[in-house]
Design a protein around this ligand. Structure first.
Ligand code: ASP
Length: 407
């Protein structure tokens, strides 16, 4: 990103965030205006990101696999990545459950008769598995079904390696398209300060201070858990396995965090997260594989949110959760977070699956639905930070492995 005498993009995004919040507070009594005229500009920006994200995921994963030119290397990175993602997600839910329990005394027992929330039916587990595999070449691309796009990219990438010489023109073509779409992405990212301003302003204008007040405790519990997870789990992992100072990591991660906070979309934040990780020293071949996968399946913030909200909803209905129910929550929330799409609001839909698994009333979602966006902003920050920590750790481990082999 060019910096010629201009403020760095990260600073621009930060300023845009602060200005957006101030403008939102000022516009509280004109929330309609913010919704009708400012939000659409944010939507245009999000649309551009959505447009770019499918080709980025497709080509960057293919290019990443091809560049490794060795199926064993892809396997080694893949196994490390998936293990890290699953373990950190399980820890995240435990933190969410502990945090929720610590705050339980502050949660109100509510009059629940007026609640209504159209919870969508949880999708059966096996259907979720089946849905990962595409049955059509075009549909996953046009509908942006990210898990299916990833499967396509993996299949084609492996096939190219196996075909060998005959696939040389395809390798060239894929690398060239990858470069082109990366350039497009860079152009779109230059607009991110405007995008951030226009996304955050209407959120603040409509949610205002009042609604936050009534749910302050559960929000506080979730945010404390988000921070704990980032400060303890990621910092420790990055330090021990990534050989990097946690402070340098969090600092380098800041632009992506701010972006995630305002967009509430892991997938939308993917381009900026990739850039940030490469700047912090992650290998391109690793980021191009680990980050798109993480933006799709690794949602630690969402897992924390599901843990805290399950406890909150149980408390509001005066239900006491048993330890075995908590274990069930850990298992289902891990699966639910994998199935959560990296777009705004997706985690709340998956909360239904977690509540249903332990027989909690789905109507309870109505309690948190009003402030879901505020939960979402924080959980998305955690989601993408988890992906980034994984990219740095796997890069470091692979580098060490290569050095060991060479010596
Ligand atoms: N908005 C979150 C994300 O994109 C997903 C969620 O709703 O939990 O990472």
């Amino acid at each position: 990103m060019e910096t010629r005498k201009k403020l760095p993009l990260a600073t621009q995004i930060f300023i845009a965030l602060v200005l957006g919040i101030i403008a939102g507070l000022l516009l509280q009594s004109h929330a309609d205006f913010a919704d009708s005229y400012i939000k659409p500009i944010g939507t245009i920006f999000l649309n551009l990101l959505k447009f770019i994200v499918v080709p980025i995921v497709l080509f960057s994963i293919m290019a990443g696999i091809i560049s490794m030119s060795d199926i064993r290397k892809v396997g080694s990175i893949g196994i490390k990545t998936v293990c890290y993602y699953l373990c950190t997600t399980a820890v995240a839910i435990v933190i969410g459950l502990v945090g929720g329990n610590l705050f339980k005394g502050f949660f109100p027992i509510l009059e629940t008769s007026e609640l209504s929330y159209e919870a969508s039916e949880g999708i059966p587990f096996m259907d979720t598995v089946v849905n990962i595999f595409p049955s059509n070449f075009i549909a996953p691309l046009s509908e942006a079904t990210m898990l299916q796009v990833i499967v396509m990219a993996l299949l084609i990438g492996f096939a190219i390696i196996l075909v060998g010489d005959e696939a040389a023109p395809a390798v060239k073509g894929i690398n060239s398209f990858n470069a082109i779409f990366m350039k497009c992405m860079e152009m779109i990212l230059k607009l991110s300060p405007i995008g951030v301003f226009c996304l955050i302003c209407p959120v603040v204008a409509t949610n205002g201070a009042a609604i936050i007040g009534s749910l302050a405790m559960v929000l506080l519990a979730a945010y404390i858990c988000y921070f704990m997870h980032m400060l303890i789990v990621y910092s420790f992992a990055v330090k021990v396995m990534g050989g990097m100072s946690p402070l340098a990591f969090l600092k380098g991660q800041l632009p992506a965090m701010i972006f995630a906070f305002s967009s509430s979309s892991s997938v939308g934040t993917l381009p900026i997260n990739m850039k940030g990780c490469e700047k912090m020293g992650a290998d391109k071949e690793v980021t191009s594989f680990v980050l798109p996968l993480g933006a799709t399946i690794n949602m630690d913030g969402t897992a924390i949110y599901q843990g805290v909200c399950a406890i909150f909803i149980a408390a509001c209905y005066g239900i006491h959760l048993t330890p075995s129910q908590m274990v069930t929550i850990v298992l289902t929330a891990t699966l639910a977070s994998i199935g959560t799409a990296g777009v705004p609001g997706a985690g709340m839909v998956m909360l239904a699956m977690v509540l249903a698994s332990v027989g909690l009333p789905l109507d309870g979602i109505a309690l948190v639905a009003g402030v879901d966006r505020i939960f979402d902003m924080g959980r998305t920050v955690v989601n993408i930070t988890g992906d980034a920590s994984c990219a740095l750790i796997v890069s470091n481990l692979e580098r060490k492995k290569a050095a060991k082999k060479a010596s």
